[in-house]
Design a protein around this ligand. Sequence first.
Ligand code: NAP
Length: 292
Amino acid sequence: MEDVLSRFRLDGKAALITGASRGIGLGLAEALAAAGADVALCSRSRGVLEHQSGRISAETGRRAVPLPADLASADEARRVVQEVVEAFGRLDILINNAGINLRKPSVDYTEEDWDRVMDLNIRTPFFVAQAAARAMLRTGGGSIINIASLLTFMGRGTVPAYAAAKGGIGQLTKSLAVEWAAAGIRVNAIAPGFISTEMTVPLREDESFNRWVVERTPMRRWGESRDLAGATVFLASEASAFVTGQIPPLTAAGWRVDRLWKSRWKRHVTGGELRPVQLLGVPSTQWTWQEA
Ligand SMILES: NC(=O)c1ccc[n+]([C@@H]2O[C@H](COP(=O)([O-])OP(=O)(O)OC[C@H]3O[C@@H](n4cnc5c(N)ncnc54)[C@H](OP(=O)(O)O)[C@@H]3O)[C@@H](O)[C@H]2O)c1
């Protein structure tokens, strides 16, 4: 019988992770190395990358190299991919993760604001993926994982460029998946829910926003980078050989299913608007209903 867990292993694979100096990118670089891949860590912070790649290498026994670059430039993105191939002789996995957000009323957005967010969050990811695909074609294929967002699917105020870019990442994922499947390159994305990183510090410091996130999330907490690791290793590995063009929302269940408190339950049942789903052994105060 086939050892199914061996299909999740990434031994002998080479991975590039953009935005790997901290947060989600760093967590995913650690996860891929722990699963057996050699990893190249890219961001603008040379010193941090040197430290983190040395630590990952020492802890996992895999090769880890720092690749400092400003990915606002597509030329830099192409150079980085070339350096990964020079370092490891191949590129099998790309995590297209580097990103920024600018929260500002849409009426105040300047062209420069718009371009800065769009360049890093949608323009460069295409050119990194293009360069990666050219390298993957030489070795028979690979796996590209774009980092999307809940804003790939839904709208929120004060983030017009971020939402447009993340919506675009979803369509780019599906489009490249269709085009490159026959060449053995799978293209998927993950859409993290609210994850505790530097990007979300202002959100967590906002008491009412923080409460709103925690109350809407079934696990009643913010996600951590490690919450994204399992799905990413799955999508990077042979275990997902028949999966492409998918964008699973992760730690985002609270945005599809909500807890129904007794008062809301009564109101909704009386109004006949919603169909409750009673969970076995869960007290009636915590019954849930399907929102979507
Ligand atoms: N946190 C969340 O709740 C959440 C939810 C959904 C999606 N995401 C997405 O997940 C990704 C990572 O977010 P995060 O929360 O981990 O953010 P973060 O902690 O702010 O990390 C962003 C990473 O991007 C790098 N970066 C920024 N500008 C760059 C540039 N010009 N060139 C190269 N690298 C650059 C940063 O490194 P340097 O500063 O060293 O360059 C850093 O490593 C983003 O695409 C974000 O949109 C996050």
